[in-house]
Design a protein around this ligand. Structure first.
Ligand code: SAM
Length: 251
């Protein structure tokens, strides 16, 4: 892994699409791409942290021109190797600050940041900068969509700061929360067939829906919709995540 690849270097990229989690189920991907295609409303889409094209490729198959911003060349190499991947433009860089070229094709009608990736920006300044960067890419009337978990502080037992989220014979994983700074670190311990263990850690910053709304307002965007999932489920106090849509005012 190179420093430029961040936490998604060669090893992570190699295994990324083998994940069997809900995000990788075909019906979830189709639902996501359908909703995003509708929001693109005939215009272009910008994916922040495009990765291996899990969502970008089905969106492009719906006729939406997609451009990505991505830190990891290893992830982009996986995107390029897939059918249609060679036709998707990618700007290599940090999505909080990197500008995609809009001189030839104009601004985007949709920008999106899914699968908790806003939390990969590990401090508040970077998250605020990300909203500003997106707003500068959007056409008036354009939308910014974020899919992210609701901070799971209700799962932290009293007096503790750790939430386990995977346990089994091939490894385990848990998150350590700092509820003062909103910093958190996921720890993954994988156990190979020969019994050898390897460990890696990924830092992130958890962020509340209302805090995201404020970041959007700082960037001149306003909340248009908030759902509990890609099927436009109602967002309630029991929602584990949200899909939020902010709009750049027209005119
Ligand atoms: C969880 S993956 C999501 C990939 C893809 N969006 C998807 O839904 O499958 C997060 C991706 O964001 C990229 N990423 C994380 N932080 C980034 C940053 N600051 N700038 C650009 N890319 C970043 C990672 O390299 C990785 O490819």
């Amino acid at each position: 892994m190179t420093d430029e690849d961040g936490y998604f270097g060669e090893h992570a990229a190699e295994h990324y699409d083998q994940d069997s989690g809900a995000e990788f189920q075909p019906d979830v991907i189709e639902l996501t791409a359908d909703l995003l295609a509708g929001l693109a409303a005939g215009g272009r889409a910008l994916e922040l942290g495009i990765g291996t094209g899990r969502i970008a490729l089905p969106l492009a198959r719906r006729g939406v021109p997609v451009h990505g911003i991505e830190l990891s060349r290893a992830m982009v190499a996986r995107l390029r190797a897939k059918p249609g991947g060679e036709r998707i433009g990618v700007s290599i860089g940090d999505f909080a600050t990197t500008r995609a070229d809009t001189t030839a094709d104009g601004p985007f009608s949709l920008a999106y940041l899914v699968f908790n990736t806003i939390m990969n920006l590990a401090d508040q300044d970077a998250q605020v900068a990300c909203f500003r960067n997106v707003a500068e890419h959007l056409a008036p009337g354009g939308c910014f969509v974020i899919e992210v978990m609701v901070p799971e502080l209700r799962r932290i037992p009293a007096g503790q700061n750790i939430v386990p989220f995977r346990t089994g014979p091939t490894g385990w994983a848990y998150t350590v929360y700092d509820t003062v700074t909103q910093d958190a670190t996921c720890h993954y311990i994988d156990i190979a067939e020969d019994g050898r263990a390897s460990a890696r850690t990924v830092p992130f910053r958890y962020v509340w829906p209302a805090e995201l709304d404020l970041m959007a307002r700082l960037a001149g965007l306003r909340l248009r919709d908030r759902w509990g999932g890609w099927a436009r489920e109602p967002f309630t106090e029991d929602s584990a995540r949200h899909v939020s849509v902010w709009e750049k005012p027209a005119g």
